[in-house]
Design a protein. Structure first.
Length: 89
């Protein structure tokens, strides 16, 4: 059951958080600070333009302690991958 919504909003201060991607010996890591939906989507667009697949990251720090205002189903699909069902392989 999905409880996140697509219309979360955060402050301009949070939206200006630094997002840092690193590749450490082939292991992708993503630090998102307190960024919101706009910043995450811009970061995902930029990563895609560079050929970086964020869904392959081994570590992703969810923004603002996982606040429901900072993530949405669509942005999580972009950076974590599509949701899989309980019975999926």
């Amino acid at each position: 059951m999905e409880t996140l919504k697509e219309d979360g909003s955060t402050s301009a201060e949070n939206e200006s958080s630094v997002i840092l991607y690193g590749n450490l010996n082939g292991t992708g890591v993503l630090f998102t600070g307190d960024v919101g939906l706009n910043g995450l989507n811009h970061a995902a667009d930029y990563a895609q333009s560079l050929g970086i697949n964020l869904t392959k990251c081994q570590f992703i720090q969810v923004p603002h302690h996982g606040s429901r205002n900072n993530v949405s189903p669509s942005v999580l699909n972009r950076i974590v991958g599509q949701k899989i069902g309980i019975n999926s392989p």
